[in-house]
Design a protein around this ligand. Sequence first.
Ligand SMILES: [Zn+2]
Length: 152
Amino acid sequence: MPIIMPTSQACAFCEYLAERRPYTILERGDLVAILVTQEQRGKGHLLVIPIAHRPTLLDLDPGEDREMMDALRRAAKAIAKTYDPDGISVWQNNGVTAHQSIPHCHFHVAGTIDDGGTEWGNVPELNIAETDRISDALLLHLPPPRPNDQNM
Ligand SMILES: [Zn+2]
């Protein structure tokens, strides 16, 4: 049975990557980008996405998955160094029944809040200036990408 995907007119993440809509992009590589979500659900909440439109985790190409994992690790390190949270949560949803809202594979990475876990209720939607400030703070602590070892 196929995974039932959310329907939308245009993919929001593809729109952001194409700069047709404003959004804070912390880092953009050849295969993977790290975005700062406007719905901050933790102490530093980032989204790691493939550059190419891939609806779910099941659609990632070999190579993309490795770059995704590297970006997740680096994003977590930047959050840890910037916000010093007690924990870091990583989550990813595939399909409507898993509560995937944007039909482009994305991993959430967020430092836990003081009460533990992440904020699952309503959170204020930050503006781009606010997410840009979060990006600037995190960028100071983002480790460099893993060296490409394809030829090793
Ligand atoms: Zn997309």
